[in-house]
Ligand binder design. Structure first.
Ligand code: GUN
Ligand code: ZN
Length: 430
């Protein structure tokens, strides 16, 4: 059986880095090889190959597990860069207008195809993706993901109020369409369906009860939603749900929190809310480019971390302003700087790979380079622009190289993206 062997500088994390130079947290092989057979990694170690192997020489580049983006909206490709003030205006004026187009399967398919190509171009191999309210948007998305054999988590947003009629389902239709989406897609190839009540503001009590029923009927599924992003949003959510104590309390009372719940933003949480996230092991999704672009606030990484909350950085395109997880970590670093907190380069790259795989409960399949893992892989060049090349002349350590990639890198730094062992970036049109 012929194997593909990737040769290069192999880097993969084994645990969360505890300090700036925590060498126990990763494995690094200077002249390494990753051997792939039928989409799986079968060996990682010092470079060697057998007769008949196909060797792809990526030296002197770094080979890492593909990046994982735990919060992104594919129907917002043509919303990114919209000149709005804050969240609720941005949603009404731009996002809800654009998302209405996704009842049209042809439009949804075109954007889904472009979206997945864009992820590949940026080295992202798995994402938790919001579709629009329309089942067609889910079909388009998973059909395109299947063509590329990508491990994707996605679901139709359930929303039945505070949005234009063309974007509203009902408690019953939201339930029925979600059930049909699960039956059609969940577990088909690499597809994972996520129960997706958009956020408390766009769901009635009756719809939240339906989301609760879905979660009870499908305890293995991811749940994704938004919480505590913006002060006006929080006030409105508390007005709509006056007897729930606080915003997290709404999801808590509908039993939507847990280890497979991805909560976008989590910026303005009270101590009680933080404790509830920690107790339920829900994931706080940190979306720095979005939080800066929409002016939502500064995520308090250290407070979350110190309280035992699981954290996962994400792009949140189109509120977020870049598809690149490298750009995302750069902005995340700056958000933390403004709070007098530090994000080490090792921790950044841990988050992008093993950390986000753990946050999405997928660490047994993706996020590390090891035998048995699915071969979703990114190859990175830290000298991918003239200025980075010059700067690399003075870089002496792996940690410095990672920090340069994070600070100045983007899609140009992604030399190749392998999906289930197949190189897909190099085949994309420029
Ligand atoms: N809250 C509810 N929907 C959205 C969305 O699409 N983007 C962001 N950033 N926040 C939201
Ligand atoms: Zn979002």
């Amino acid at each position: 059986m012929s194997r593909t062997v990737l040769r290069g500088r192999v880097l993969s994390f084994v645990s969360e880095p505890q300090d700036r130079d925590d060498r126990d947290s990763y494995r690094y092989i200077e002249d390494g090889a990753i051997e792939i057979e039928d989409g799986r990694i079968v060996r990682v170690g010092a470079y060697a190959h057998a007769a008949g192997d196909t060797v792809i020489d990526h030296r002197p580049h770094l080979i890492l597990p593909g990046f994982i983006d735990p919060h992104i909206h594919y129907p917002q490709m043509q919303v990114i860069g919209s000149y709005a003030g804050a969240l609720l205006e941005w949603l009404d004026k731009y996002t809800f207008v654009e998302e209405q187009k996704f009842g049209d399967l042809a439009h949804a398919s075109r954007i889904a195809s472009r979206f997945l190509d864009e992820l590949i171009r940026h080295g992202t191999t798995t994402a938790a993706t919001y579709c629009s309210v329309h089942p067609e948007s889910v079909d388009a998305f998973f059909t395109e993901a299947e063509k590329r054999d990508m491990l994707m988590v996605a679901g139709k947003v359930m929303m039945d109020r505070n949005a234009p009629p063309g974007l509203c389902d009902t408690p019953q239709s939201g339930y029925d369409e979600t059930k049909a989406g699960i039956a059609k897609w969940h577990g088909k190839g690499r597809a994972h369906y996520a129960i997706t009540p958009r956020f408390a503001i766009t769901s009635t009590h009756a719809q939240m009860e339906m989301a609760e029923t879905l979660a009870r009927e499908h305890p293995d599924l991811h749940i994704q939603t938004h919480v505590s992003e913006n002060l006006a949003e929080i006030e409105f959510a508390n007005e709509l749900y006056p007897n729930y104590g606080d915003y997290v309390g709404i999801y808590e009372k509908f039993h939507l929190l847990g280890p497979k719940t991805l909560l976008g933003h989590c910026i303005h949480l009270s101590h009680r809310e933080t404790q509830v996230l920690a107790e339920t092991q829900s994931v706080a999704v940190f979306c720095p480019t979005s939080n800066l672009f929409i002016g939502s606030g500064l995520f308090d990484y250290d407070r979350m971390h110190d309280n035992g909350v699981r954290i996962a950085p994400a792009t949140d395109v189109g509120g977020g302003s870049s598809y690149s997880m490298l750009r995302t970590m750069d902005e995340g670093y700056k958000v933390m700087q403004l709070r007098n907190q530090r994000l080490t380069p090792l921790r950044s790259f841990y988050h992008l790979t093993l950390g986000n795989a753990r946050a999405m409960s997928l660490e047994d399949r993706i996020g590390t380079l090891a035998p048995g893992m699915e071969a979703d892989i990114v190859v990175l060049d830290a000298a991918s622009s003239p200025q980075m090349k010059l700067r690399m002349e003075t870089v002496e350590t792996l940690e410095e190289e990672l920090f340069l990639l994070q600070t100045c890198g983007d899609d140009r730094s992604v030399v190749e993206t392998y999906i289930n062992g197949v190189p897909l970036k190099s085949g994309l049109a420029a």
